[in-house]
Design a protein around this ligand. Structure first.
Ligand code: PMP
Length: 416
């Protein structure tokens, strides 16, 4: 093991590093998973004695739990600026499950086109590729695209049924112009699905104002624990058809040769749901809303500027993606002469700085950012398939959030 001991002192984790320590652990991997906030932990703690089965029991605890679960749907719908009269919230495990569920439920065929972008996380590529043909909006060398490129993809024949687009990149922190993209798609009658995994923890989101239809996000990236995410979508998308998961709770009547599905969100809720996860998710949404976004935005703006200036001052460091404009506190880079995996390991083991290295579940995007040719990508695939190579070229990623101390950023600069 890299360290022999780790201990919390108050909220701060201290660990022993390779040649000494202890050092205070610096978590610069919050884009992967964030720590639960105090308000979230308290809400879960408070609800622990109460929880019982959802929609399956007559007892008082079951009644309270069921009410809490249903109320959570409206909280999450409103949290992203939608109206519970027209939209519903489902609680899949995470963004990945949300997008798989949706791609299945839209009943696409291989003749349908889904427009997506080269920025996407695999979670917003593979579920669509499974059910439809992809048309990809390409990125420039900075790893960005403009609205005109999206419009071109929407205007190509045949018209895509869906535009699946990132709300914010988990690699570069770049924020596509959702408002303009939403307007272009709305004009053309194309359903817009936003991967909000990175956006929702960092920005207030109003899908009505943005003109987008659906958003998916994960609790574990927004200060709640694993196991509950949200899919907020127009109700009519789920009015007919078979649910993604089938089983108890999703039905009104079952015989050996027939089934009458339940209406509304219940149809998508086969199996006992994760109520504690949903309690955590709503507590986080309430906290983000009631704390007001201005302090979060101001703090994160400082983090972005801090990261920019620290990384700019390191000799031999190459950033991937745009370094100007409005971005999330996320940055990917390479240091000349140091393999990315080794650099991340040294940051962790010598400096107690947690980062992530690799391709961040966004291989096509990383290929573009690293300037790989199609032939090189094909060669990597052939090598990986044949077991000749296990690691793709990649980068180190650092990410921060409202829980990150501003003073952590210079520590990264010193370590690099
Ligand atoms: N989309 C983006 C942009 C992400 O950053 C992630 C998580 N890395 C996902 C989707 C998938 O989220 P989850 O693993 O919670 O399903």
């Amino acid at each position: 093991p890299a360290f022999t001991a780790g201990q919390f002192v108050g909220d701060d984790l201290w660990v022993s590093v390779l040649d000494g320590g202890p050092r205070q652990y610096v978590d610069l991997d919050t884009a992967a998973t964030s720590s639960a906030s105090v308000a979230v932990a308290e809400a879960v703690q408070e609800f622990l004695p109460w929880y019982a089965s959802v929609h399956r029991g007559a007892g008082i605890r079951s009644q309270i739990t069921s009410a809490r679960y249903e109320e959570a749907r409206d909280i999450m719908v409103r949290f992203v600026g939608a109206d519970p009269a027209t939209h519903l919230a489902l609680f899949p495990r995470n963004t990945t499950e949300a997008l798989n569920l949706l791609a299945y439920r839209l009943r696409l065929t291989k003749g349908d086109v889904v427009a997506t972008t080269a920025v996407e996380h695999h979670a917003n590529l593979l579920p669509w590729a499974r059910h439809a043909r992809l048309r990809t909006v390409q990125v420039d060398e900075r790893g960005t695209f403009d609205v005109a490129a999206v419009e071109a993809a929407l205007d190509e024949y045949p018209r895509p049924k869906v535009l699946a687009v990132s709300g914010g990149s988990n690699v570069t922190g770049w924020l596509p112009d959702l408002r303009a993209i939403g307007a272009a798609a709305r004009q053309r009658g194309v359903l817009v699905v936003v991967d909000g995994a990175q956006l929702v923890p960092h920005r207030p989101v109003d899908i009505t104002a943005l003109n987008v239809d659906v958003i998916a996000f994960s609790g574990h990236k927004m200060y709640a624990p694993f196991g509950a995410g949200a899919l907020v979508a127009p109700r009519h998308l789920f009015a007919t058809g078979e649910p993604f998961l089938v089983g108890g709770g999703a039905v009104q009547a079952v015989s050996f040769d027939d089934v009458v599905w339940a209406d509304g969100p219940d149809r998508e809720d086969a199996g006992s749901p994760n109520v504690l996860g949903v309690v955590a998710l709503t507590a986080s949404a309430d906290e983000l809303r009631s704390d007001g976004w201005s302090s979060v935005l101001a703090h994160e703006e400082h983090l972005v500027r801090g990261l920019d200036s620290e990384l700019a001052s390191v000799p031999g460091l190459h950033r991937l993606g745009p370094v100007t404009g409005d971005r999330l506190p996320v940055a990917a880079f390479n240091l000349e002469g140091v393999p990315h995996g080794l650099l991340a390991a040294r940051l962790a083991n010598e400096y107690a700085i947690g980062t992530r290295s690799g391709c961040f579940c966004a291989h096509p995007y990383m290929g573009r950012l690293l300037g790989l040719s199609e032939a090189e990508v094909d060669q990597f695939h052939a090598d990986v398939r044949a077991g000749r190579r296990h690691r793709l070229p990649g980068a180190v990623r650092v990410s921060a959030n409202r829980q990150t101390y501003l003073t952590d950023i210079p520590l990264l600069g010193q370590a690099l």
